[in-house]
Design a protein around this ligand. Sequence first.
Ligand SMILES: [Cu+2]
Length: 137
Amino acid sequence: MVQHAILPLPTPNGRHLKMIKIRRQTIALLAAVAAMLAVLGYGASNGSMSRKPATIVSQKGRMFSVGSLNISAGDVVRIVNDDADLQHHVYIDAKEFKFDSGDQEPGSATDITFLFPGSFTVLCGIHPKMKLVVDVK
Ligand SMILES: [Cu+2]
């Protein structure tokens, strides 16, 4: 039978514990900020947002499936890359509203929430001829 030696437990390092606590608070804060931004509709989402897209626009053959859209403030437009072998990269560079999807892989979807009334041009950073005008009322 093996005899277990009883060793004194290492004393907790006070500074280390404090750092863990601060890191936890930071993570909680970041999570709260991320949740807030998601509610406000910032950033690209992977389609898991609870808000239902008002309109789905396809990207195929280096074109958007429609040239223009009329929506209401707060509506979500989902842009789907239906090209099998092309990346797209939508962006909006308006004074009131800037958006950048990052690279959109084939099959991926990008949701854009339009919070403000106005006319916004959605462009593709890879295919300069792709253009979608979104009128938000
Ligand atoms: Cu494109």
